[in-house]
Ligand binder design. Sequence first.
Ligand code: PHE
Length: 677
Amino acid sequence: MELLEEQRETWGTRGGFVLAAVGSAVGLGNLWGFPYKLYSYGGGAFLIPYIVAMFCIGIPLLILEFSLGHFTQRAAPDAFRRANKRLEFIGWWGIILGFVIITYYPIILAYCFSYMGDSIAAIFSGQPLPWAGEGVEGVQNASNYFFKDYLTGGTYIGPFRSEILYMLILAWVLMYFCIFRGVKLVGKIVWLTVPLPWIMLVILAVRGLTLDGCMKGLAFYLDPDWTQLAKPTTWRFAFGQVFFSLSLAFGVMLTYASFLHRKSDINNNAAIIGIADFATSFIGGIAIFATIGGMAYVTSQAGQPVPVNEVINGGPGLAFVAFPYALAQLPAAAWWSLIFFFMLVTLGIDSAFSITESVLAGIVDKTGWRRSIVLPTMSIVGIGTGLMYITIDGLSFLGTVDGFVNGTWGIAFIGLIECVALGWFSRLDVLRQHANERSDWRLGRWWNLLIRVLIPVVLGTLFFWSLYDNIQEFNAGKFLRDTEGKWLIDDCVGMGIMAAACILAVSMSFIRSPHNKAEKQLPRQELIKTSSARATGIVGFAIAVLALLVFIYIRTGRQNQALLFVSMGVGVASLVLCHILMERFDNGVSRPSHFARWGGLLSIISISLCVLVILTELSKKVAGTHKAPIEHADHLSGTSYTILGVVFVLIVFGLGWCFWRAIMAASANEPEQQPES
Ligand code: PHE
């Protein structure tokens, strides 16, 4: 297949790219998002939806983004435009949401810089850390230090906390210097910013596991509460976390892949990145919970036991209250906390600049403006918008905005649109073949089925589920309002930002750029639209409409549950038909009519709705029957040991297999030509 050869800057080496992508994926989300969500949504049981999401959705989507970025050699908006002229808005949408993240992500880095400063001061002065304290009072101390002294105390410039502002500027200056010379330099910097936090994380984990009482902490982390699996929120959080953690749907991975060397592997890299990200999250959780177990032990020995579940109170609470408090109990506390916050900085900085890079590349590719002008402007805008989060209520606003980015209309929704758009309205198989031609191992046609059919149905179900919840909140007068019915300003602003992102994305895609004229599209398949293909497409479309009508009929009160299965069956039939038509297109047999494409989309909608109804009914039943609290013992239960073992085997064998394939492929001069499966 013809490649779009362009003179584009590339990463120096394969390692540089893989590390940069891992650096983007592995970030603050791994260290507070994952452990906290795992703990809150069923302990070890949460790993089931998470692993399913990672392997069945995360990695296949990563491959999709890599191959689109690599094929088109453009940042997200242009890449989507080349896939189909009308799809550019998807790229912009992801990028704009990425920009929303980049307004608040450096704020967390700013906190880390401040805490690092405090730790260094404590090392030199020999004084205890400012948040240190014993027992229950100590926890109160640590919490007061963060929420009162640090976030809202101190000096102000207007309504803004001055210390956080300086640290915010520091974060942006660092990010600027990491990316101002382009990706070649990034490819070198990540050799430092990726291994360093890993080393520190392992040190912290080993330290945690050698503390008395660490097993209690691990029991908190891993003991499964299987009932959580019946709750939709558990699944939604698991899927959302995978998207956020793998930096999917923000155009970041796509942009990074656009700078890849033409012959670079795609599939194996994606698998390595996904598994490495999962491993980091899991080990991060062990480090955090073992240390907290140690803290629980120390405080209970001193006769002032601290209730662990009260200490672990949301993401920021975990990183800036619980963990600093726990570390303060150790000998050489200041050194340990320096290591911890330095680790957070190195962990987060490469994620932060990856988003900046994707926004930057999107703008540069579209407008042709110079990087040296766009980047400083972006940095100033970034600092300016960051001011919103350094006022008195800044942290809670940050949480709200983060919730929206990860919520119903956020990333998982864009991921859904991405799959539907590329699967049904572009040439998916071109991307699969592109990835296969240069990869250490090949994707079979199952990947098309996954991207075109299965992932959209799963994400569609979760999307409608969230929407359904929102509608119910709205009907109960609770949507964007508090319990007394008063409007929540933060939520309204958050909602406004999401709406603005969507409108802006669509508007950007209408702006014509001088670069669009000369662009090359994904190769078109000049096939005749045969009358049989058209007729089948129309039939597929008609059946999909029928499925939807049956569903609406059931929901408008004439409920006959059996009909639900009829609707679902009809939907599946139409989906299969339309998918076959698309596959025939990929095989060069005939061109599908637009009916087949829209039929596919409609049937995805109708199946998702049916699955949603079935699952809500089921979850009502399960939630009503048992509600066992997690049993927290001083020792890990047998199940938890099994979970620990299974996860380690998965990680070690997964990574081992990927590296083995890479070595095999590198040692073979000619890439092996396997038959298409
Ligand atoms: N993946 C990063 C993390 O886990 C966050 C991120 C999101 C980075 C989106 C880039 C894009 O923290």
